[in-house]
Design a protein around this ligand. Structure first.
Ligand SMILES: Cc1cc2nc3c(=O)[nH]c(=O)nc-3n(C[C@H](O)[C@H](O)[C@H](O)COP(=O)(O)O)c2cc1C
Length: 307
């Protein structure tokens, strides 16, 4: 039986709903030496800011039960260097790229977006307003309703490409923030970013990470992410597409997100310990659809909500 895995969002036909998450896949070049990344629905690029950023001091990664904490601090070469040195290498791949954008000021976000507008392979932006690992910017944008709305309105004016806003899980009521984003003009929502957390080195009697706290990701966060996708779908499903991520390493994990309301999913931390995870997830979703008698992927989006 032929199944149709494609998903059309904002008039863009993604060949399948399995994407890779920002910061866990670089710019796709290393992975392209292991497999053909053109098989992915899309690649969300490592976060880009206007100026180059060194990130935080080490240690900035530590393993935890069923997951990891990171406090990278959005290290990146800056948008100019990206466009000169990295972007030309991406043009040969037959997949779409989504730029994950971060800066310390509203103006900075707008400048990064403007700089990338001419890059044809970049079909959408994902605004990171939810990074727990930086002193300036990051969660400040995602945790203040007025600041968030103003940022989205300004970025929307600076581009014709779809603007996805990446929500923070470190809030009391995620539905409220989803609503703010949609009212301000967001074309889609992605969730979740990492969850603010801490690990203490008992021998040293100090926190493991240089900046003390970090963002928790990996299988440990799956049930929290699924709950949030489900809630956000209840609030704005049908108005804008939701991109689900958080804890996905198997097809079943991805299907939980999809049944909760995600039109596409992103694989993050799993890329570090199972580089082929995204391909396995694509195949597993296909097998599930066949087994359940569906011919179109989109028919199962949000199915856990009932008729
Ligand atoms: C090492 C690392 C770096 C990350 N860098 C970014 C980033 O630059 N921008 C962003 O929006 N999210 C970033 N994230 C968050 C992921 O994209 C994803 O939202 C999160 O890890 C949850 O998914 P997972 O459990 O599948 O990893 C990063 C996560 C990790 C582990």
């Amino acid at each position: 039986m032929e199944v149709n895995l494609s998903v059309n969002l904002w008039g863009i036909e993604f060949k399948n709903p399995v994407w890779v998450a920002s910061g866990t896949f670089g710019y796709g070049l290393e992975a392209s030496e292991i497999y053909d990344i053109s098989e992915l629905g899309a690649v969300v690029l490592k976060g880009l800011s206007l100026k180059p950023r060194e990130g935080n001091e080490p240690p900035r990664i530590v393993e935890t039960y069923c997951g990891m904490l990171n406090a990278i601090g959005l290290q990146n070469p800056g948008v100019e260097k990206f466009l000169a040195d990295i972007y030309p290498q991406l043009e040969k791949f037959d997949t779409y790229f989504i730029a994950n954008v971060f800066d310390e000021t509203e103006e900075g976000y707008v400048e990064v977006v403007k700089a990338l507008n001419g890059a044809k392979k970049i079909v959408a932006y994902e605004l990171n307003v939810s990074c727990p690992n930086v002193k300036k910017g990051g969660m400040i944008f995602g945790h203040d309703e007025r600041v968030l709305a103003s940022l989205i309105e300004r970025v929307k004016k600076a581009t014709e490409k779809p603007v996805i806003v990446k929500l923070s899980p470190n809030v009391g009521d995620i539905k409220k923030f989803a609503r703010v984003c949609v009212e301000a003009g967001a074309d889609g929502l992605s969730l979740i970013n990492t969850i603010l957390a801490m690990k203490i080195n008992v021998e040293k009697m100090r926190p493991e990470l240089s900046i003390k706290t970090g963002g928790l990701s990996g299988p440990a966060i799956l049930p929290i992410a699924v709950r949030m996708v489900y809630q956000v779908f209840e609030e704005v499903g049908g108005e804008v597409p939701i991109i689900g991520m958080g804890g996905i390493s198997t097809p079943e994990d991805a299907l939980e997100h999809i049944l909760a309301g995600a039109s596409a999913v992103q694989i993050g931390t799993a890329n570090f310990y199972d580089p082929l995870a995204p391909l396995k997830v694509i195949e597993g979703i296909r097998d599930f659809l066949i087994r359940k008698g569906f011919t179109n992927f989109i028919d199962i989006v949000g199915k856990a909500h009932g008729e």
